[in-house]
Design a binder for this molecule. Structure first.
Ligand code: FAD
Length: 554
């Protein structure tokens, strides 16, 4: 980890608040669940702190398939409750964050003798629409073989007898976390990244806070809080172990994704395919000029602190299926331009048998005898309802401890995320009608789609410094202003924070980003007060990390 010679002002302020104040709630983990809990609690008027051992969203929450979906395959598993909750939540998130949660068309091809028959699929899609209720994105359609070929000309035509077409949503997982946290801090929460909980503070057997170790070498801090919430995702068991020895609750499985140029696959919609090796469902998702392919689902050995890596066999598993269903793609590992793997924190002990993909995606909320409230499992899609349930539990613990304050129910079902108060298309058109602040339509569409109502903040930055209008890494539209936004307003302190999570250039074309590492380091260094040496070291560290990642599977 690179050491900054000067601490960013927001970090110093957060550290001071963590040291001095007594919080109602301390949340451990800055993934989607932790961010959702911090936001919910802060909006109910509680004094909240959140700490994250790495960058916000650096755990599972930036390594998902990025779908906000009902989960068609959970229907197959008979999990109607999960699908009902998830489809309803999908529709709600579309309204609360239209810039981050966007409709996407899915095509599930049907092949003669294949794993899904036409009538089963039709019944499944009908039920899927019904569960979504009247606010459904768009209703499904069944396509004939000819219509399927017209819709997706590069799909294997041998044995193709038709397709099911349905709609779900696509998001930017890491930015969903950042916006949720922005809302939390606007409501008064204190958030600090690169700060790891290394132990608990106790008083007469009750947890009353936690000890924080700072990754950048600042002294340890004792944070005092009435309730501590463990939202550590794949690390939930490890955090529980800091409290008291307990049998593991999670079975960690790894999911790998790869990114290839979309021109090679030619998919117009997202495809739902069955993996050649084991029949599991996987997705082939259009992502601008690229295609995202995922995921695998295999047991992960070594616990949460062993980082999940993309292995040659993961790449082979994904590419062999795409090459079969899209014979013209002829993808080889050399075509992969980006790859990432994440850990699913699935609720089931290590001893649980069965294929990883058969395990439940439901969450588990539990409180230890010392009062540690833990949340494990869940999905990105349902994070808002999970957060509300956790905060309800926190409120009960506070009441049991004699807290007399009136604390209301969760208000998040109706409150948009910070960028979510306006239609992104309208925002982009408005900006264009005012000369686009020197930027072209596609760049404005990209920015409005990413920042929503916060587009104004980006435009203010480019007005102040016109050099920020230039795209960072053509042909991707992301202007250099996004580096400024990430550092000034979104807590980014390393190149990876900027390139992999605030923008996703490091996922879309990892190798290409190494060419702009120095430019990004200079932009960041100028804002964070880095020395020449630290700036060069930061660029170097990023390039080495990309190369290490590529060597894993390449
Ligand atoms: P995390 O995001 O991992 O956050 C936990 C955080 O806690 C981490 O950032 C970690 O650094 C931090 N932490 C751990 N220990 C400490 C400590 N001691 N001190 C401080 N911080 C600590 N869901 C969907 O809805 N749609 C999808 O398309 C989808 N696809 C997926 C694909 C894959 C491959 C995977 C793995 C999951 C997918 N999911 C999907 C599920 C979803 O991504 C997860 O359920 C969700 O991101 C979990 O969020 P979390 O906050 O619990 O965990």
């Amino acid at each position: 980890m690179m050491h900054c010679d000067i601490e960013a002002p927001w970090r110093a302020a957060a550290r001071a608040a963590l040291r001095e104040e007594h919080f109602d709630v301390l949340v451990i983990g800055g993934g989607i669940n932790g961010a959702g809990i911090a936001r919910d609690a802060a909006l109910r008027g509680l004094r909240v702190a959140l700490v994250e051992q790495g960058d916000f969203a650096s755990g599972t929450s930036s390594r998902s398939s990025k779908l906000i979906h009902g989960g068609l395959r959970y229907l197959q598993q008979g999990d109607l409750r999960l699908v009902l909750e998830a489809t309803r939540e999908r529709e709600r998130l579309r309204r609360l964050a239209p810039h981050l949660v966007r409709p996407m068309r899915f095509v599930l091809p049907i092949y003669r003798g294949g794993p899904v028959g036409r009538w089963t699929l039709k019944a499944g899609l009908l039920l899927y629409d019904l569960l979504a209720g009247i606010r459904n994105v768009q209703r499904h359609a069944m396509l004939s073989a000819a219509a399927a070929r017209t819709a997706e000309p590069t799909l294997r035509s041998d044995g193709l007898v038709g397709a099911g077409e349905y709609w779900d949503c696509w998001t930017n997982d890491a930015r969903l976390v950042v916006e949720t946290l922005l809302s939390a801090t606007q409501a008064g929460a204190v958030a600090l990244s690169y700060a790891r909980v290394s132990g608990f503070l106790t008083d007469r057997g009750r947890i009353v806070g936690a000890r924080l170790a700072d990754t950048f070498g600042s002294p340890e801090i004792d944070v005092r809080a009435r309730v501590v919430v463990n939202a550590a995702g794949p690390w939930v068991d490890e955090v529980c172990a800091l409290d008291a020895p307990a049998p593991p609750r999670l079975r960690l499985t790894k999911g790998a994704h790869v990114v290839v140029p979309r021109a090679r696959v030619g998919n117009r919609a997202a495809w739902v395919l069955h993996a050649r090796r084991d029949g599991r469902v996987m997705f082939v998702i259009p992502w601008g000029e690229q295609t995202l392919i995922g995921t695998t689902d295999t047991d992960h050995v070594g616990g949460a602190s062993t980082p999940p890596t993309v292995e040659p066999d993961d790449v082979a598993y994904l590419l062999e299926t795409v090459n079969y269903y899209c014979p013209s793609a002829e993808l080889t590992p050399g075509d992969v331009v980006g790859a990432y793997a994440g850990l699913r924190p699935l609720v089931a002990p290590e001893s649980a048998g069965g294929a990883p993909s058969s395990l439940s995606r439901e969450e588990d909320l539990f409180v230890s005898p010392a009062g540690l409230v833990s949340i494990a499992g869940g999905k990105l899609t349902t994070y808002r309802v999970i957060a509300a349930a956790v905060v309800d539990r926190v409120v009960r613990v506070l009441r049991d401890g004699g807290d007399p304050r009136p604390i209301g129910p969760s208000p998040t079902a109706r409150l948009p995320l910070p960028g979510g108060t306006a239609d992104p298309q309208r925002l982009s058109m408005q900006a264009l009608s005012r000369d686009g602040h020197g930027m072209a339509g596609p760049a404005l569409d990209h920015l409005a789609g990413r920042y929503g109502e916060r587009l104004g903040e980006v435009l203010a930055a480019v007005d102040e410094d016109p050099s920020l209008r230039t795209p960072l890494l053509p042909p991707f539209p992301d202007p250099r202003a996004e580096v400024a936004m990430a550092v000034d307003r979104e807590w980014a302190v390393t190149l990876e924070d900027v390139l992999v999570r605030r923008t996703q250039l490091g996922l879309l074309d990892a190798q290409a980003t190494t060419a702009v590492a120095e430019d990004v380091a200079r932009l960041m260094g100028a804002r964070l007060g880095w020395s020449e040496l630290a700036t060069r070291a930061a660029a170097q560290a990023y390039v080495e990390a990309v190369e290490r990642n590529r060597r894993g599977w390449g």
